[in-house]
Design a protein around this ligand. Structure first.
Ligand code: F6P
Length: 364
């Protein structure tokens, strides 16, 4: 009897449960046993966190947001922060312990569902420890280079677009500028896609450093043409020309300083208020973008990824990740998949579209 284990790592994204469903159903059909490791790799360190997944345990989870296995974006097993008896924080490598448990339990494959951080950990387990791993790409940010799309992105864009649609009426009623901060880290995909679809006047993305004069000029131009309100979409990782990223905080994680993005929307709103004299309000969509039921598109993509991951496991294509390439299910090495981030380029059709329909991107 073949046994596999699945884990979900990093920030959650709508569609994770659909992947779990597809993996369980496709593997069961082959007569394999499926186990879920809760909280990323916790199930491989503490066996109480390892659960047997049966078709009945995953019935009807496809449409649910979040992940029934739980997730974490802390705790890299190769550099885990732990408190010693003196209460001091130490960095420990627990990867060998995980590997020993994995082998002892007789797993023939680990299906690791995650974003760039979790996939890089999966890559290291494969390359350095010989774990037979299959990766499944997930992130609302859509910033993984080897796959055309990740599940969770379409849902996040739909949520942001719906929010923008709702803001138009209140902005218009009060002649206000509404500044909306959306997620995406160093990638502007959520901002660009939702901003274009949701009728934004200005979209600021990390890939295009902005000049506030251009933003205020666009707002003044709106006024000149009788439109006394404006919608400004700001990606959390943007920066003004000649300035650094504005972030909420930076936390120390396993000896590395991790930037916690957030807060730039409020800063942009303050600058616009000061310079334009307009009434300005700002809001942060935040984790709303990660919540809720996956759209049909994300569900289907996640189900396809899950089934394809089991196919790859059967074929023994370990060290690979399932990917959407030209609309088809393909696979790429984890090495390739984690090489770089996919960010918006200036020659992207959506950048042209935004400019051509009169949206200011902050650079002109
Ligand atoms: O990568 C997904 C993402 O939602 C980013 O867009 C965001 O910056 C980050 O995760 C927030 O993560 P958390 O608040 O869970 O640490």
């Amino acid at each position: 009897m073949k046994k596999i284990v699945i884990s979900t790592g990093g920030g959650d994204a709508p569609g994770l449960n659909a992947v779990i469903y597809a993996v369980v159903m496709a593997a069961e059909a082959k007569g394999w046993e499926v186990y879920g490791s809760r909280g990323g790799y916790k199930g491989l360190t503490d066996l109480d966190e390892l659960v047997r997944l049966l078709p009945e345990s995953v019935a009807e989870i496809t449409s649910q947001g979040g992940t029934i296995l739980g997730s974490t974006n802390k705790g890299n097993p190769f550099a885990m922060s732990v408190q010693n008896l003196a209460g001091e924080t130490e960095i420990c490598d627990i990867s060998d312990r995980i590997m020993a448990n994995f082998n002892r339990l007789g797993f023939m494959c680990h299906i690791a569902v995650g974003g760039d951080g979790s996939l890089d950990i999966a890559r290291r387990f494969y390359a350095e420890k010989g774990m037979p791993v299959i990766g499944v790409p997930k992130t609302i940010d859509n910033d993984l280079c080897a796959t055309q799309l990740t599940f969770g992105f379409d849902t996040a864009v739909s949520t942001a677009t719906e929010a923008l649609d709702k803001l138009h009426s209140t902005a218009k009623s009060h002649d206000r500028v509404m500044v909306v901060e959306v997620m995406g880290r160093e990638a502007g995909w959520i901002a660009l896609n939702s901003g274009i679809s949701g009728g934004a006047d200005v979209i600021l993305i990390p890939e295009i450093p902005f000049d506030l004069d251009n933003v205020c000029e666009k707002i003044a131009d709106n006024d000149l043409h009788g439109k006394h309100y404006a919608i400004v979409v700001v990606a959390e990782g943007v920066k003004a020309k000649d300035s650094a990223v504005i972030c909420r905080d930076s936390v120390s994680e396993a000896g590395r300083q991790e930037v916690m993005l957030g807060g730039v929307g409020e800063w942009v709103a303050g600058q616009i208020r000061e310079r334009s004299g307009k009434d300005v309000r700002s809001l942060v969509l935040g984790h709303l973008q990660r919540g809720g039921s996956p759209t049909t598109f994300d569900r289907l993509l996640a189900l396809r990824f899950g089934a394809a991951a089991v196919r790859l496991a059967e074929a023994g294509r370990f060290g690979h990740m399932v990917a959407l390439v030209n609309g088809e299910m393909q696979d790429v090495t984890l090495e390739e998949a984690t090489k770089e981030r996919k960010v918006v380029t200036l020659d992207d059709d959506k950048v042209y579209t935004a400019r051509e329909i009169g949206i200011c991107l902050g650079d002109k």
